[in-house]
Design a protein around this ligand. Sequence first.
Ligand code: 5GP
Length: 124
Amino acid sequence: MAYVYDTTNIFARILRGEIPNRTVLETEHTLAFRDIAPKAPDHVLVIPKGPYVTYDHFCAEASEAEIVDFTRAVAAVVNLIGAEAHGAGKGFRAITNAGENGVQEVPHFHLHILAGRCIGPMIC
Ligand code: 5GP
């Protein structure tokens, strides 16, 4: 499958420093920041710095170093927000929306981490 990355998307602009964000964690290949319209007390978006449209694109074309860095960053974010008042030890939900049927709004792969309250059985 051919993936076409739109360099004007909002997360690309955040990565270029053109738009401010509330960073939770930054590593060599990954950035995690708070969602501008949180759906839970803690709602963090974890994104690779590389130009990947969806999860499957990321898995197909990212290097092992990027994938390991991303995976560990997700765990670090979960620990960070768990250490704050909201979610300590109570768990979280991780979601990625991909493409048209996934109703993906921003075409740069991102994982939503939702925590801080019981989120219910379904998101949509
Ligand atoms: P998607 O539907 O693509 O999975 O979700 C995109 C998410 O990005 C939404 O939850 C939306 O609130 C968030 N978002 C959109 N624009 C911005 C922005 O400029 N800054 C931040 N921090 N989040 C954004």
